[in-house]
Write a protein that binds this ligand. Structure first.
Ligand code: AMP
Ligand code: ZN
Length: 476
C-alpha cells in the first residue's frame, strides 16, 4: 500500500515517512507502566497519544500489531540501576505481596485506560512471565562478549559499541546528568560509567522479594532487558515503531537498542515515537513524588475523563503540556458545545460520497502530518460548519471518532434521549444551567448548595444522576 504516514523519528531527529518492514503491516511496541502505584494523568497522556498513533495507522489502512509490557520487576527507584525496586516499595507501603500490588495496579491501569477510551494493545505481557527469555538473551550477550560479570551481577559493556548514544549525544548526556543526580551511589562493579545491569544477584538492595534461579545465581533481571525480550517474543527481530514518554529516551531506550542490536547483530527498530511530558505548575508529574493526579481524582471532582482526552488531543504530542483545572473547565465547555451541535444533526438523507471522501481525506492528512491531533479536531469543526447534509456529517463523525475516541455520537445520543423526554427548550436550558451551577458548587466543595440545586430540580420534576459520561437527567 501507499506509505503516506509521516512522523517525527527521535532516532533521525526528522519528520519521516514511515515505511514498514512488511508492506501494509506495522509492528509496534509500547513501554508499559511500572505497576507499583496508580498511573498519573501524565503517564496517561503518553498512552492516549500512543493510542491515537495506533488508531491513526489502522485508520489509514495498516494492519497493526501492538505489544506492551507490564513492568512488575527490576525497575529500581533510579533509572540508573540504583535504589530500591519500585515494586517492593509499593508492597511495603501497602503491606501486600509484590504480586498482589502488581495485579491491583495492572487492573487499575486498564480501568483508567478504558475510561479514556485507550484500546488495550493486542499483546500485554508482564515482565515476570518472561524470565527464561531474559536469561537466554543475557547468555547470548555474554557469549558474544557484550556483557561481563562483576560482583555477582551481569552488566552490559557499553564500551563494546561504536555508538552507544544513538539518539543524540546531547539529549542523552543532558538526561544522564539527571540520572546522576538521582543516583545514590556509584556502582563500583561497572567498568564504564554507562554500563547497565542485565541481571542482579547482588545489589545494594538485598531484600528483593521476587528472585529466580539463573546461571549467575539466584537473582532478578535489570529493567531494560524486558522490553527487548518481550518485543522480540511477539514481534520478531524487526520492529517498525517503538513508543514511550521522553524520559524513556535515556537510559531506557538507549539501553534497549544497545542490548537488542548486539544480540541480533542487525538494526532492530526503525522509528521511535516519544511523547513529551504533562507538567503541573510545580513541574514534572511523577509517581514517586507521592501526590499526583489520577483519573479517579478528576472524576471525584466531577470531570468526565473523556474531556481529559480532548485536552491531550488539542495539543501536539511533541510539546510539553501544562495541566490546570481552568483549562479542563474550558475543555468541558468546548466538549459539551460540540456534543450539543452533533445532537442537533438530523439523521436524514443520503450520504454525499464526494463530501465524505473530502473530509475523511483532510482528517487523514492531519494524522499523517506527524499525528497533528489538533488539526484533526479542526476538521471535525469545519465539517460541522460545512454546507453538506446532516447524514454525511453524522457518518463522518462516527468514522473519525474511531481515532479521536471522544464518544461523540454516544454522548450526542444521550443528550438527545434526555432532551427528548418531553421537555421544552426553555426547560432544557434551565436544567443545563442548574447542572453547571451544581458542578461549580461541587468543585468549591459547597455540597449543601449542590444538594439544594438537586432538590430544586427535583421539585420541578427533574431527577439528575452522576455517571461516567457526566450528569444525566430525566423527567420524573
Ligand atoms: P512508568 O509507569 O513510570 O514506567 O511510566 C509509564 C509511561 O509514562 C512511560 O512511557 C513514561 O515515559 C511516561 N511518563 C512518565 N511521566 C510522564 C509525564 N509527566 N507526562 C507524560 N508521560 C509520562
Ligand atoms: Zn521499555
Amino acid at each position: 500500500m501507499e506509505n503516506k504516514f509521516r512522523m517525527y523519528n527521535t532516532l533521525t531527529r526528522e519528520v519521516e515517512t514511515v515505511i514498514p518492514n512488511e508492506d501494509g503491516k506495522i509492528k509496534m511496541y509500547t513501554c508499559g507502566p511500572t505497576v507499583y502505584h496508580f498511573a498519573h494523568i501524565g503517564n496517561l497522556r503518553s498512552y492516549i497519544m500512543e493510542d491515537v498513533l495506533e488508531k491513526s495507522l489502522r485508520f489509514i489502512g495498516y494492519d497493526v500489531k501492538r505489544v506492551m509490557n507490564i513492568t512488575d520487576v527490576g525497575h529500581l527507584s533510579s533509572d540508573a540501576d540504583t535504589g530500591e525496586d519500585k515494586m517492593l516499595k509499593g508492597a511495603k507501603r501497602e503491606h501486600k505481596t509484590v504480586m498482589e500490588v502488581a495485579k491491583f495496579y495492572t487492573d487499575a491501569f486498564f480501568s483508567d485506560c478504558a475510561k479514556l477510551n485507550i484500546k488495550r494493545p493486542d499483546v500485554v505481557e508482564p515482565a515476570t512471565n518472561c524470565i527464561a527469555e531474559f536469561i537466554h538473551m543475557i547468555e547470548v550477550l555474554l557469549e558474544k562478549g557484550y556483557a561481563y560479570q562483576a560482583g555477582g551481577n551481569v552488566y552490559f559493556d557499553t564500551s563494546k559499541l561504536d555508538d552507544y548514544f544513538v539518539f543524540s549525544s546531547a539529549v542523552e548526556k543532558e538526561q544522564l546528568q539527571v540520572g546522576v543526580r538521582d543516583d545514590v551511589e556509584e556502582d563500583t562493579n561497572k567498568r564504564n560509567k554507562n554500563d547497565f545491569v542485565l541481571w542482579f544477584t547482588k545489589s545494594k538492595f538485598e531484600d528483593q522479594a521476587l528472585k529466580w534461579d539463573s546461571p549467575w545465581g539466584v537473582g532478578y533481571p535489570g529493567w531494560h532487558i524486558e522490553c527487548s525480550c518481550i518485543s522480540m517474543k511477539h514481534l520478531g527481530e524487526y520492529m517498525d515503531i517503538h513508543c514511550g514518554g521522553v524520559d524513556n529516551i535515556f537510559p531506557h531506550h538507549t539501553n534497549e537498542i544497545a542490548q537488542s542490536e548486539s544480540y541480533l547483530g542487525h538494526k532492530w527498530c526503525n522509528y521511535w515515537f516519544h511523547v513529551h511530558h504533562l507538567n503541573d505548575k510545580s513541574g514534572k508529574m511523577s509517581k514517586s513524588k507521592g501526590d499526583f493526579l489520577t483519573v479517579s481524582l478528576l472524576e471525584e471532582k466531577g470531570y468526565n475523563p473523556i474531556v481529559y482526552r480532548l485536552f491531550c488531543l488539542q495539543s501536539h504530542y511533541r510539546k510539553p503540556l501544562e495541566f490546570s483545572y481552568e483549562v479542563l473547565d474550558n475543555m468541558t465547555a468546548a466538549y459539551d458545545k460540540l456534543v450539543k451541535r452533533i445532537a442537533e444533526l438530523k439523521d436524514e438523507g443520503e450520504v454525499d460520497k464526494e463530501a465524505y471522501a473530502l473530509y475523511r481525506g483532510r482528517f487523514e492528512d492531519a494524522l499523517c502530518n506527524d499525528v497533528n491531533t489538533a488539526m484533526a479536531i479542526t476538521v471535525v469543526y469545519d465539517l460541522l460548519k460545512a454546507d453538506i447534509n446532516d447524514k454525511t456529517k453524522l457518518a463522518l463523525i462516527g468514522d473519525l471518532d474511531y481515532v479521536l475516541s471522544l464518544d461523540l455520537l454516544k454522548a450526542a445520543k444521550e443528550l438527545k434521549d434526555n432532551a427528548g423526554a418531553g421537555a421544552d427548550d426553555e426547560l432544557v436550558s434551565f436544567i443545563q444551567e442548574k447542572i453547571a451551577e451544581r458542578a461549580e458548587a461541587k468543585k468549591a466543595k459547597d455540597f449543601a448548595r449542590a444538594d439544594a440545586i438537586r432538590d430544586e430540580l427535583l421539585a420541578k420534576g427533574v431527577a439528575i444522576k452522576d455517571t461516567r459520561e457526566g450528569v444525566v437527567w430525566e423527567l420524573v
